[in-house]
Design a binder for this molecule. Sequence first.
Ligand code: PEP
Length: 253
Amino acid sequence: MRRTLIAGNWKMNTDHASAVALAEEVAARAAEVTNADLLVCPPSIYLESVGKALAGSPVALGAQNMYAEAKGAFTGEISPAMLTDIGAECVILGHSERRAIMGETDAQVNKKTFAALEAGLVPIVCVGEQLEQREAGKTQAVIAEQFEGSLADVTAEQVIHLVIAYEPVWAIGTGKVATPEQAEEVHADLRKLLTERYNAETAEKVRILYGGSVKPGNASELLSQPNIDGALVGGASLQADDFLGIGSAAKTD
Ligand code: PEP
């Protein structure tokens, strides 16, 4: 059975004091969530302070992005080893905002995925269709293409160490949540892609998160779907009550 993971993507929000305060509250109240692992991904500049605030709690620390190279002349970038050095265990890769705003491609996400795995980080690899693609009936094809491109050449031994996040772009930060049926359909497709490429046993081990306007009020229906193994939460992860409320909605193992 896959243990539910609730990951908070703070994006480019908070300041130093509020990031630490939020982390302290989540850490102090983490015991409210019994059926899920918790992860917070603050802005990179606050990783160290948030890590200190989480110390001794079961809440894991993650980054929102990284560069694929180990070191060198890459002004402004952060390496995988810098993330592990600061205590990060996970890294979000290929978030739709990075794909859309920074022009990140499947090939770049693929390179970062290998670099993260090599460094011992758990990559959370994001895929998701845009509204026009869904309306044109292309969701399945878009997801398959992103899956193949972002996870190209990843072995069965490696894939069980990563997490996939399905985030329909039209549901991110819009308040429009995919119905549990819409989300489950894509999650089941992703599980099928994993089964076809690897095998059923391997596919069963990979956690697939849903992201897109998850709130305490819609979380339990989404998380009760058989192939939804957690949530990647943006806006609602900025309030401890909401984030922990989503965690509390997790199904039992
Ligand atoms: C996200 O940023 O990954 C996300 C799902 O955002 P929101 O929960 O705000 O839709």
